[in-house]
Design a protein. Sequence first.
Length: 331
Amino acid sequence: MEVCGTHTVAIFRHGIRSLLPESVSLLSGPGCPVCVTAAGDVEAALSLARRDDIVLATFGDMMRVPGKKESLQDAKAGGADVRIVYSPLDALLTAINGDREVVFFATGFETTSPLVAATLHEANRKKVENFSIFSVHKLVPPALQALLASGEVQVDGFILPGHVCTVTGSRPYAFLAEEFGKPAVVTGFNADEILEGVVMLLDQIAEGKPRVDIQYKSVVREEGNTKAQAMLHEYFEPEDAAWRGIGVIPGSGLKLRPRFANRDAVEKFSPERPEVKEPKACQCGEVLKGIKLPPECKLFGKACTPETPVGACMVSTEGSCAAYYKYQSSE
């Protein structure tokens, strides 16, 4: 299983599946932060966006993620002040140059969260009072632990996310080998790096000695980026979090520590955060768990396309369904 959505796209783009023997198959996992953002969290962001006293800032790939009935793009079309930013620092700059509250919809994994923490640090340093975040950050290791503990996911090894591991290092994934006996390799994103990672996994399986290896040694260290980790831990603490299509995973989210309540949009504005059921026919959950391939969903390529997405896996450019839709004809 390649956990990261960027790996999924790279595997397709390089035609890697066509190079592998029939005995080796690749499954996509829950490594697309857009795809796993729960519809209830989108609803909470929508309730913030509809307020006249708030500017909601978000990454562009979150705009079309469906909530219960509409997306942030729909809300923007209806008059809500929703702005696309390329960095949380852009959102902070919007707050500095305006007088309304700017709420940054903070999504992403461990790659993104330290930058959000650094932005909060800058907001505090500059005493910017009209800036807060709505954090729906996710942590990858608890998700993989939950999937394996469920017994639903039958995989022989993991291609671990290179971008995330630049921050976390490889140590947080030791449980894959120690607890579940699953080999794992942190790989880069070029074709040769991914293929080398697959070979390293197969070597571990052949040896019967599961461990966590690093193929991406030019970027990833076992201990990770300790400065980024320190910044992250200063501002955030783990919490239980809902993953779209999967459910609530203990300790898999990040919330602001109580001393930073003035930066927490949930504490300041109490947005409604309802539970929203996925469309009955949508099988994003099974796709994110690696139980089904996107084409096995009855909606895939029919009712659900990138132009008319039913599930979040078809929205993001790193979503499994979007990648299959774009590249499947060439494989």
